[in-house]
Design a protein around this ligand. Structure first.
Ligand SMILES: Cc1ncc(COP(=O)(O)O)c(C=O)c1O
Length: 433
């Protein structure tokens, strides 16, 4: 029997396929699902890969569908909106990206942003009001500290912090002080902290929150850029929202800037509404690049992690090296305990302390032939920089000292090159010091 499409001379329309999440009772891994999840070729002329949807707006099927859509967007009709209407709100590439991002942490949903910082800014604007107190671990990525202290500070928001490695009792006492200061609307963590690599005990933070806020607990958000999504899954340990600079490992090729947040729908719904208002979504081209990147995420991170373990073993025994701040070397004390409970791998970004000072670290950096002298991390290529003279130049000396940001510190992010080639490069550069 001929159907309508065949009679009209076109090819028959296919209907969208349901997402396949398991096969034969086996729940599929995120690494498998990165190749197709969230995209149905039938919706794009049979294309195997998603096209880049460069459009600023979407056509409604009819006026009633347009009305129904806006009833959903504005909350006049419960259940939210279906479909797409305007690219500041969402688009096919971003939706596929968000579906795939959520899989890595087994989260209900995800949102994508134009940068890690715009994800963090959207989070803060969503949950924090004038007069509120933010409790955070310290240190944080410098721009996050600026945003909380200086920018939200202008709007009457205050903050209190606890050191990254704090115990449950120490965290409880800071939360208690904060409660006396105002409404605690957000607990914000970063683990490992940039640039000290100090780990935060997410389970202790969740336990402290439970005892101090039996009702209306403030959400716990954590910057998971350094270890996520392969080496740390903080939603499993009591965090509500996991935040990413997708510029780093997720993008992984040092060719884009983007951000992401994953977690439960009840936290992401208000963030989506804020993102719709202020327009901090990522663009379709970047979302498409990220889809490519996510297909190799596990391969890249696994290789970079293995490389880092080999390179750090080489550095540890070198006579010109004072010490190596690498999570894989933690074997006793509180940090090692947090590492065992909260982390699935040591990552590929670490601190190298050379014997000497700025002269030695600069001589080392200037002699590298394979590793590039650049800030950032998590790319396919190895990067090295001197935080005291670069990313943290403006941090006051006393604070730099307290955080271990000394002149002999070199921060290294290991890529996916051959490990022995990297070791040859580092060995030659150390010999030139
Ligand atoms: C831990 C951490 N969080 C957030 C950011 C900000 O991300 P983006 O540069 O994508 O805005 C960075 C950037 O280096 C970072 O290292």
């Amino acid at each position: 029997m001929e159907d309508e499409a065949t009679l009209s001379g076109g090819s028959p329309r296919r209907s969208p396929k349901a997402h396949v999440r398991e096969v034969g009772g086996r729940k599929l891994k995120a690494s498998t699902l990165m190749m197709g999840h969230g995209f149905d070729p039938a919706l794009s002329e049979g294309a195997l890969k998603p096209p880049i949807f460069l459009t600023s707006t979407f056509v409604f099927e009819n006026a009633a569908a347009g009305k129904r859509h806006f009833e959903g967007v504005t909350g006049k009709r419960p259940g939210g909106s279906e479909g797409l209407d305007y690219s500041r709100f969402n688009g096919p590439n971003q939706e596929i990206l968000e579906d795939r991002l959520a899989l890595w942490e087994d989260a209900e949903e995800a949102l994508s942003f134009s940068s890690g910082m715009s994800a963090i800014a959207t989070l803060l604007l969503t949950f924090v009001q004038p007069g509120d107190v933010i409790v955070h671990s310290g240190p944080l990525y410098a721009a996050t500290e600026t945003l909380i202290a200086r920018i939200l500070g202008k709007f009457g928001v205050t903050w209190l912090d606890f050191p990254a490695g704090a115990t449950r009792d120490e965290i409880e006492s800071v939360l208690e002080q904060a409660k006396a200061q105002g409404r605690v609307s957000l607990i914000y963590l970063e683990s490992p902290a940039n640039p000290t690599n100090a780990l935060v005990d997410v389970q202790a933070v969740a336990a402290a929150r439970a005892s101090l806020f039996p009702e209306n607990p403030p959400p716990i958000a954590i910057d998971n850029t350094f270890l996520g999504p392969l080496w740390a899954k903080p939603l499993d340990h009591g965090a509500d929202l996991s935040i990413y600079s997708l510029t780093k490992y997720a993008g992984g090729h040092s060719d884009l800037v983007a951000g992401g947040v994953v977690g439960a729908k009840r936290f992401l719904d208000p963030m989506r509404a804020m993102r719709n208002t202020i327009g901090t979504i990522t663009d379709p081209h970047t979302a498409w690049m990220l889809l490519r990147s996510l297909e190799t995420l596990e391969l890249r991170m696994t290789r970079a992690g293995e490389n880092a373990a080999k390179v750090c073993a080489f550095f540890r025994d070198h006579p010109k090296v004072e010490s190596v701040g690498y999570l894989g070397f933690l074997n006793e004390g509180r940090q090692a305990d947090i590492y065992r409970r909260n982390c699935l791998g040591a990552g590929s970004t670490f601190s190298l302390y050379l014997k000497g000072g700025e002269r030695e670290s600069f001589a080392f950096l200037d002699s590298l032939k394979i590793a590039k002298l650049a800030v950032s991390l998590g790319g396919t290529e190895t990067l090295a920089s001197a935080p005291a003279a670069m990313t943290h130049l403006s941090v006051p000396d006393a604070r730099k000292q307290a955080m271990g940001i000394t002149d002999n510190l070199v921060r290294i992010s290991i890529g996916v090159e051959d490990a022995d080639d990297l070791i040859a490069d580092f060995d030659t550069a150390l010999n030139a010091v």
